[in-house]
Ligand binder design. Structure first.
Ligand code: GLN
Length: 491
């Protein structure tokens, strides 16, 4: 059916019920069934309709319509760029020139990005169009978006529940069809955990695969940008356009495409024994096992593996991450970055810091700055930071050992189902436990993906469950292929 021949109202009505994947959009654009301008209109319409409630966006790109019109004019220039004219959403800690970048913080409330992050620059080069900037926990610290200074995002599956975090806005936007796909960042699980909670795919590439230039830093040795999509297939479509060595990020590296993965019959999957014990919701465990049965039915071998020291992952993460946070966030000092000390302020410099940082930063951010300042302070540095770095190396050794036996390591993405607002806000430890299975991939720098593997019914809602798959360094394409096997089999 040629949608362009329909009257516009009917066309919009069809689109509203039809949530498209990137793959479908590419096809429709190619066959001229839809234009880029219509696409942008479609998403802006849906945002207007649904985002008052969900609140996945913090700001919209006023230029999106114009950019889409110009993409349509230049459609012949699309060459073989599949993303040409396709809109997407960007987490609000990733800089897009001339658009706000608040990182979910009052500290950056009035900040407009003066330059473009490498990843957005790459995507602009492909002709992609930004719809808007998405909500997040302040400076990417949190697992629910409840730490956003601008109020939380709601989970589109059940609006009484959190969408996960910190990339909760990006996950909710993709899940609700308010963007075909979105960029997120993942320091300890912030792409994968919200993807699991919202029933979409969240992919954290190998550390360094996507340049961090223009990403507002949280913990630089762990931070990684990646996509949230509706399908693994879509993640595979967008992934190559995010990548590349970048002279602005010395840790960036080249990821080579791996050929097609071997026959699933030769595939060896390791399920992490330590991640199936205490603290895991039985219903999630069952879903994990059912997903593994799908792989078994394809002929893959599934065996239990042990990561003996991965159980220290969360403890190590909550030393290294705050240490880096305390140092990265020192730049918001009222003078150089962020909110400024008022010109008529009469106190001394210290009073100025207290004034600006006191008002500009939220409770969780302050907690982590204090923790990190403590773990880095002289006398404690060896006992905490240095020790944590040593255990981090041991966890890497455990993974290296395990990858001698298996091609891919699997676990649940989260120990629990999407929780209700307020349920964990009074107890930071219970919030931190949301990341117990995801932090290790960041500590070791491995590529990891969360894919939806069904739902569990609670309070009359079908709540999504995610499965996490992790591969060796730089085997990102192989990981996507292995995740894709499941998707193909169940869809
Ligand atoms: N939820 C984790 C935290 O609060 C992970 C954050 C992230 O990956 N940015 O630290």
């Amino acid at each position: 059916m040629d949608l362009r021949k329909l009257n516009p109202y009917l066309r919009i009505a069809i689109n509203v019920i039809y949530i498209m994947t990137v793959k479908e959009i590419i096809k429709k654009l190619k066959e001229k069934e839809i234009s880029s301008a219509e696409l942008v209109e479609h998403y802006l319409g849906r945002i207007k309709e649904a985002d008052g409630e969900i609140k996945s966006y913090l700001s919209l790109n006023e230029e999106a319509r114009k950019e889409a019109l110009s993409a349509d004019e230049k459609l012949s220039a699309r060459g073989d760029s599949p993303l040409f004219g396709i809109p997407y959403a960007v987490k609000d800690n990733i800089l897009a020139k001339d658009l706000p970048a608040t990182a979910g913080s009052r500290m950056l409330e009035n900040y407009t990005a003066a330059y473009e992050s490498t990843v957005v620059k790459n995507l602009r080069g492909e002709g992609s169009i930004i719809l808007g900037k998405t909500n997040m926990d302040e400076f990417a610290m949190g697992s629910s978006t409840e730490n956003s200074a601008f109020g939380p995002t709601k989970n589109p599956v059940d609006t009484a529940r959190v969408p996960g975090g910190s990339s909760g806005g990006s996950a909710a936007a993709v899940a609700a069809g308010l963007a075909p796909w979105a960029l997120g960042s993942d320091t300890g699980g912030s792409i994968r955990q919200p993807a699991a909670f919202c029933g979409v795919v969240g992919f954290k590439p190998t550390y360094g695969a996507v340049s961090r230039h223009g990403l507002i830093a949280m913990a630089s040795s762990l931070d990684q940008i990646g996509p949230l999509t509706r399908t693994v297939e879509d993640a595979k479509i967008v992934f190559p356009y995010l990548l590349g060595r970048d002279k602005m990020d010395a840790t960036s590296l080249e990821i080579e495409e791996q050929g097609n993965i071997k026959n699933p019959k030769n595939l060896k999957i390791g399920i992490v024994k330590e991640f199936l014990g205490e603290g895991l919701d039985e219903r999630i465990k069952n879903k994990t096992m059912e997903a593994l049965d799908v792989y078994k039915s394809l002929g893959a071998e599934v065996k239990e593996i042990s990561l003996p020291r991965a159980s220290y992952g969360l403890a190590v993460y909550y030393i290294i991450m705050p240490s880096e946070v305390s140092s990265n966030l020192a730049r918001y000092d009222g003078i150089r970055y962020g909110k400024h000390i008022a010109e008529d302020f009469t106190g001394d410099l210290l009073d100025g810091y207290i004034e600006v940082r006191g008002a500009g930063l939220g409770k969780e951010t302050k907690r982590r700055i204090m923790l990190g300042t403590h773990t880095l302070s002289s006398g404690y540095y060896d006992a905490y930071y240095l020790k944590a770095q040593k255990v981090r190396s041991m966890i890497a050794e455990d993974f290296a050992e395990a990858f001698k036996e298996v091609d891919v390591i699997v676990s649940p993405t989260t120990p629990g189902l999407p929780f209700k607002f307020g349920e964990k806000t009074d107890n930071p430890i219970s919030m931190y436990l949301s990341d117990v299975y995801t932090v290790s991939a960041n500590l070791v720098g491995l590529p990891a993906i969360s894919i939806p593997v069904g739902t569990v019914s609670e309070d009359g809602k079908d709540l999504p469950v995610g499965l996490q798959l992790m591969s060796p360094h730089k085997k990102d394409y192989e990981l996507l292929d292995i995740a894709g096997l499941y998707e193909k089999e169940v869809s």
